[in-house]
Design a binder for this molecule. Structure first.
Ligand code: GRF
Length: 222
């Protein structure tokens, strides 16, 4: 989906916890005066620390607890109705720890974006840093991608990579990767706000005027 930048881009940010990626997105909007309106910061957990941060920033926040619903489908349906009412151009998953069903994903086809802490297609799912260490890979990283009904899969918008050291642990990898996640996701939001991101037939992404969408550490390839 392409956005024409005459109107501010409406984004809904979905979180489940700390919300540091959400903070990086919100900070990028403020710092770069991006034409982006955050129409909600929504959490499926009332105790998500990110909600407090967003509330303190004056953003609209809300909780839709999955525990209040009898089934996964019922939660998805309520979330879908809520988001439809807000009419976001994009739904940005930022540490949102619920798997969204295929009906939900198809409804918002091409409008849901996620950040995953691995170089997809390697290491979908949980414990990605542990998985990377167990496989002995020498590069690890993060991926911002369009969401498809297949978990942690879908057209890749951008990736950031870090080298794995002999003394790395899952915690040290997570800590080194997190600032890269923030940088990559914020840059993707800039491209979205500029209306440059296109999802092409065949499922590849093109970002108009951008050759490289790859970071080595915190440096974007030029
Ligand atoms: C990040 O590592 C993100 O890639 C993953 O969950 C973590 C969320 O962290 N999906 P935060 O809530 O954004 O701080």
């Amino acid at each position: 989906m392409e956005h024409t930048p005459e109107q501010p881009l409406r984004v809904a940010i979905l979180i489940s916890g700390r919300g540091s990626n959400m903070q990086a997105l919100v900070d990028a909007v403020a710092a770069d005066h991006l034409p982006v309106q955050v129409c909600t910061v929504l959490s499926n957990r009332a105790d998500a620390a990110g909600l407090d941060w967003a509330r303190a920033r004056g953003l609209p926040v809300e909780c839709l607890s999955h525990r209040d619903f009898e089934s996964r489908d019922a939660f998805d349906a309520a979330l879908l109705a809520r988001l439809d009412a807000l009419a976001p151009d994009f739904i940005l998953l930022a540490g949102f720890m619920r798997v969204l069903g295929s009906d939900f994903v198809r409804h918002f086809d091409g409008r849901i974006i996620n950040i995953h802490p691995s170089l997809l297609p390697a290491f979908p799912g949980l414990h990605t840093h542990q998985q990377a260490l167990a496989q002995g890979v020498q590069w690890h990283g993060c991926t911002v991608h369009f969401v498809t009904p297949v978990l942690d899969h879908g057209p890749i918008i951008a990736q950031g990579a870090i080298p794995v050291g002999a003394s790395d642990t899952p915690d040290s990898l997570a800590a080194r990767l997190l600032p890269i996640e923030h940088r990559v996701y914020a840059q993707v939001l800039r491209w979205l706000a500029e209306g440059r991101v296109a999802l092409e037939e065949g499922g590849c992404v093109r970002v108009a005027g951008v050759e490289h969408r790859a970071w080595a550490g915190d440096t974007l390839f030029e």
